[in-house]
Design a protein around this ligand. Structure first.
Ligand code: PEP
Length: 245
């Protein structure tokens, strides 16, 4: 049972069409009645195609909308297929996920991530900054070293603790159904919090209604980033309820 302020982020990845927006109705209804509603923040990060209709739908709601990535360039230009931070803000995004491992795997460097974060902050978007080690790095006991490097380089010359949420997402836990052992996760979150003071730190990687009972025991966490399970509003609501049970 927790009674602290917690952030729940739904990352829909490359899923969903206009019909999927209806799933938010039940989350909205739930939030209005939830006993701990003042303690929670919900952020939906749908695919770019849904950012605008979702933010219109959530205009009078406490739920915020975010994007899943952005281009580094602040100015518009000839970058086919890309969207920059001012364009995201213009259609209603208030947050943006940067550094997700699915994008790091396709070549996103720490330096590029740093430029994207600077661009997002400049246009008033809050940043959900993802970091995490691969299973090989974990086996070699490089987790802390990798996290330090990713965070130091990603946040180089940036001092904005208020508008950046660090989301620790071990690559081996994303979409696999496997989560870190409580002791291991507690240690890693403590490590990040000690080294990068005053940042909010979330956990992401296969969070679901079953394992939330274990994860909520990590009392230094500030919230969860939820991928697969967030596409189903019943599961998403269950995760939130159980966190406060
Ligand atoms: C994610 O998309 O960041 C994520 C944590 O996904 P999942 O919950 O499906 O592992």
């Amino acid at each position: 049972m927790t009674n602290k302020y917690m952030i729940f982020i739904a990352n829909w990845k490359m899923f969903g069409g206009l019909n999927s927006l209806n799933t938010i109705n039940s989350v909205n209804r739930f939030l209005k009645k939830f006993k701990y509603k003042k303690l929670i923040k919900i952020i939906y990060c749908p695919p770019s195609t849904l950012i605008n209709p979702m933010s219109v739908k959530l205009k009078n709601s406490k739920i915020s909308v975010g994007a899943q990535n952005c281009h580094e360039n602040q100015k518009s230009g000839a970058f086919t297929g890309s969207i920059n931070t001012s364009m995201l803000k213009n259609v209603g995004a208030r947050y943006v996920i940067i550094g997700h491992s699915e994008n790091r795997q396709s070549g996103e460097s720490n330096e590029l991530i740093n430029r994207k974060i600077k661009s997002a902050l400049k246009f008033g978007l809050k940043v959900i900054f993802c970091v995490g080690e691969t299973s090989q790095e974990r086996k070699k006991k490089f987790t802390n070293k990798i996290l330090t490097k990713q965070i130091k380089l990603g946040l180089k010359k940036i001092d904005n603790k208020k508008n950046i949420l660090i989301s620790y997402e071990p690559v081996w836990a994303i979409g696999t159904g496997v989560i870190p052992k409580t002791k291991e996760l507690l240690k890693t979150i403590n490590f990040i919090k000690k080294k990068f003071k005053n940042y909010k730190v979330l956990y992401g990687g296969s969070v679901n209604p079953k394992n939330i009972n274990q994860l909520k025991n990590i009392d230094n966490l500030d919230g969860f980033l939820i991928g697969g399970a967030s596409q189903n509003s019943k599961k998403f609501i269950d995760i939130i309820k159980k966190t406060y049970n």
